[in-house]
Write a protein that binds this ligand. Structure first.
Ligand code: GLY
Length: 556
């Protein structure tokens, strides 16, 4: 097993010739970081490295992400422009807004497990587009290297097994999932078991040989259609043929002299990271201790206001009008005035930003990020939604299918798996993309990237990203320290403030005294970050100290 320390690969060249090109990568799994660093040695850039990491994560961390799911990839190019590639899943053509209602009530199991839970996967289309637009190497090579890991297998560790153990019942329902991820008695594999995934390896190799068409216009689409028709699903080969990864315009705001670039709808991440930071810019956070009750209270109140807006206004902007005014500084100042620095506010409903008629834009999940000395920076968050998604593996393919349909609002006011509620803007419709919280973000100063961050963990993604940015910009912390700070999260409904135990009892008691309903948790989320290095080091970075991820640097 690779150690949890910085990996430095100096292959082939003497040190004196090194430093020509440097690449950095951070993912939640040592093998995925290693795959990304290897790509730099093969003259790949940060986009190649991110795709290699993504495909490897689909093998070694497949309960979080894979080509049966979706992703958002935010890319900063050496010329200073951005590319935001949307590989979010879409609802099948036969989907309809009431498909999860039974007797007038939302039936959560339908949108979380099995055939109806699955959206048309977009991750592979996004990786393919990213490589075609920006990569130096061929997708087939990245697929081949990840396929080799799937064939050879890897040892299951505690982190994998605890997630596997939580979904045994779900996986037992689907024979191919049980065959791969459970033992002959239908139990989770024991610690140290070497998980080999020959079907997934074959699927990766077939895509390498025949292109993504194998998936979207060929055998995989046909097999899925057949499985859906046998299992009460709606998805057809046409849904696959019509899928396209979209190029989007990133959301941009500023925060205390820095430029913040985030992902637009169907992510809610970029909008609400911007909105919360805009509200907080009104306050002097630097004068407060970042583990004090006063600081946590203030940031919580900003989170609460933003999530109330999220529940009402946010959805796929190709279908619903998402107001541009949500990220306006004027609106943020108006919201900031509602905050009482002494006590928790009651926020009954969303507010109404200016220009509501103007569209903003025509612990599941995983975040990984790469950068290179040519100026490419990539922040990518990918997911199959909850652990092992829908639980379905399409027979013979090894591909775990998402349950992203649960990120739609099944019914106004009915909470999804993360307790999030939504409205008409996020109702199910054919071809529509469910609202996401994934928030790949890049922070710049004077046009130069200085920090990139993203996270896993449903709606806590947004708040983790906000907290990391505040730690870096307001408190001057390097990435590892920024990610190590005690986290907290409020999403308006339920009216509950989640706080990591590490915040300490004094602050927790003081928050209760301010009127917050506090729930203390051991840990919250998983974020990864890369920053510009100092003292001759090109990059610094960190995987979340709460997990087993690895940051590494490669010099060639
Ligand atoms: N499935 C989690 C998210 O996209 O927010």
């Amino acid at each position: 097993m690779l150690s949890r320390v910085v990996l430095i690969l100096l292959l082939g060249l003497p040190i004196s010739q090194a430093a020509e090109r440097t690449g950095a990568a951070v993912t939640v799994h040592p093998l995925a970081t290693k795959a990304a660093l290897k790509v730099f040695q093969q003259d790949g850039n940060a986009v190649d490295a991110a795709v290699a990491a993504a495909l490897t994560l689909g093998v070694v961390d497949g309960f979080n992400s894979g080509i049966g799911g979706g992703c958002f990839m935010l890319i900063r190019k050496p010329d200073g422009t951005f590319s935001a590639i949307d590989g979010r899943e879409t609802a099948p053509g036969a989907a309809n807004r009431d498909m999860y209602l039974h007797g007038g009530r939302a039936k959560p199991e339908l949108s979380r497990t099995g055939a109806l839970a699955i959206g048309v996967p977009g991750a592979l289309a996004a990786y393919d587009l990213a490589i075609r637009d920006h990569g130096n190497l061929a997708l087939a090579g990245h697929l081949g290297q990840a396929a080799a890991i799937a064939e050879q297998g890897f040892e299951l560790d505690d982190a994998y097994l605890s997630r596997l153990g939580s979904v045994v019942k779900k996986l037992r329902k689907f024979p191919d999932s049980a065959r791969i991820f459970l033992d002959g008695d239908g139990n989770a594999w024991p610690n140290g078991h070497r998980l080999r995934q020959p079907d997934l390896a074959r699927s990766y190799r077939a895509i390498g040989q025949h292109s993504a068409d194998w998936f979207y216009r060929g055998p995989f689409a046909l097999k899925t259609e057949q499985w859906m028709s046998d299992n009460g699903g709606l998805m057809t080969r046409d849904d696959f043929a019509h899928y396209d990864a979209r190029r989007r315009e990133p959301v941009q705001t500023t925060y205390r002299g820095h430029e913040i670039v985030g992902f637009p709808p169907p992510s809610s991440g970029g909008v609400h990271v911007a909105q919360i930071l805009n509200i907080l810019e009104v306050f002097d956070l630097r004068s407060m201790a970042s583990d004090s009750a006063g600081f946590v209270h203030l940031v919580t109140e900003a989170m609460r206001l933003a999530f109330a807006d999220r529940a009402h206004w946010l959805g796929d902007a190709d279908f619903a009008p998402v107001p541009r005014g949500l990220t306006s500084k004027t609106y943020a100042r108006r919201l900031a005035k509602k905050i009482d620095t002494a006590k928790a506010a009651k926020v009954d409903a969303h507010s109404t930003p200016p220009n509501v008629d103007t569209n903003l834009f025509g612990k599941h999940t995983t975040h990984f990020t790469t950068a290179d000395s040519d100026g490419w920076w990539v922040a990518c968050t990918a997911t199959v939604n909850t652990t092992f998604g829908s639980g379905v593996v399409i027979p013979g393919t090894g591909i775990v299918m998402n349950n992203e349909m649960d990120d739609f609002s099944a019914q106004p006011g009915a909470p999804n798996a993360f307790g999030l509620i939504g409205a008409e803007a996020n109702a199910v419709a054919p071809g529509k993309r469910p609202l996401s919280s994934m928030s790949p973000t890049i922070v710049l100063r004077d046009g130069k990237p200085i920090f990139t961050v993203g996270a896993a963990g449903g709606p806590t993604i947004i708040t983790q990203v906000v907290l990391a940015i505040i730690q870096v910009i307001d408190f001057g912390k390097p990435p590892a320290e920024a990610l190590g700070q005690a986290r907290f999260h409020h999403q308006w409904k339920p009216d509950r403030l989640l706080v990591e135990k590490a915040l300490g009892q004094v602050a927790i008691d003081a928050l209760r005294a301010k009127g917050h309903t506090v729930k203390v948790v051991n840990t919250l989320g998983a974020a990864q970050a890369i920053g510009l290095g100092q003292d001759g080091k090109p990059f610094t970075g960190s995987a979340d100290p709460r997990g087993r991820g690895v940051f590494g640097v490669s010099r060639k």
